[in-house]
Write a protein that binds this ligand. Structure first.
Ligand code: HEM
Ligand code: HEM
Length: 188
């Protein structure tokens, strides 16, 4: 089944996709340092506050990822950028699919780790949204390991993704960066 195109003139991602991309990226750039700080020595005085931020923002990201995937499955992306070889286009495709998978694993493992051990997610309590899962301490502990391990893999994959985007944008100047340029601040 073909889905409506999500692209401006079929050359770049549409505004909704670009908003999802940059909102997600911004939150992740806050989440990774927050996760490292709150689990490190030297931050004890503010670690409770960072935990509240990390759990709340992480849950917002979980909802965003589900909405984003829903949008992605119902709107075709632009065709591969001209000048990309078939292999480059396939590699980019795999990396993007892997990034979506890691986003899901990070957010779901974080949620199950916290709720399964009976800890609160203050933002949800504040909004009056009930806990969706029963307490499962054993699974929660396993999810804690999954969360930590995936955080390394996620960080490395994001670094490779950004390096590729910068290589295309600065060294090659082939317009790939412009396909996902934020919908504010002019074109690229
Ligand atoms: C994309 C989203 C997320 C990212 C990038 C992220 C990143 C991280 C990082 C880098 C750490 C430190 C890992 C370490 O100890 O070495 C961490 C720990 C942690 N995160 Fe997340 N996180 C995300 C989502 C969530 C969510 C949704 C929750 C809960 C609702 C959560 C709860 C926790 C908790 C409780 C820890 C402390 C480690 C533990 O006790 O298992 N995270 N996170
Ligand atoms: C946390 C950080 C990031 C994540 C998780 C992420 C994730 C993704 C994903 C999943 C896609 C595929 C979109 C789709 O087809 O549905 C994508 C595309 C793209 N991203 Fe990112 N991204 C991040 C940061 C960045 C940054 C900082 C840049 C720029 C320096 C960037 C540049 C691009 C570009 C240019 C594309 C389009 C590639 C193409 O046309 O094939 N991303 N990103």
């Amino acid at each position: 089944m073909s889905t409506p195109p999500d692209s401006d003139a079929a050359t770049r991602y549409g505004v909704v996709s670009r908003l999802f991309h940059w909102l997600t990226a911004l939150l992740i750039f806050l989440m990774i340092p927050a996760g490292i700080a709150m689990t490190s020595e030297g931050f004890e005085e503010i670690s409770d506050t960072i935990f509240v931020f990390h759990k709340g923002t992480g849950t917002v990201l979980l909802v965003l990822v589900v909405l984003r995937l829903g949008w992605r499955f119902t709107h075709s992306p632009p065709p591969p950028a001209p000048g990309m070889t078939a292999l480059q286009a396939r590699l980019a495709d795999w990396t993007h699919t892997f990034l979506y998978l890691l986003l899901l694993v990070m957010t779901v493992s974080g949620y199950v780790r916290v709720v399964g051990d009976g800890f609160p997610i203050e933002l949800l309590d504040w909004l009056g949204i009930p806990t969706l899962l029963p307490e499962m301490p054993e699974l929660a502990q396993r999810m804690s390991v999954v969360h930590k391990f995936t955080a390394y893999l996620f960080t490395a994959t994001i670094a490779a993704h950004i390096a590729a985007a910068i290589h295309h944008g600065i060294s090659k100047g082939d317009g790939v960066l412009g396909r996902m340029w934020p919908p504010i601040g002019g074109d690229r």
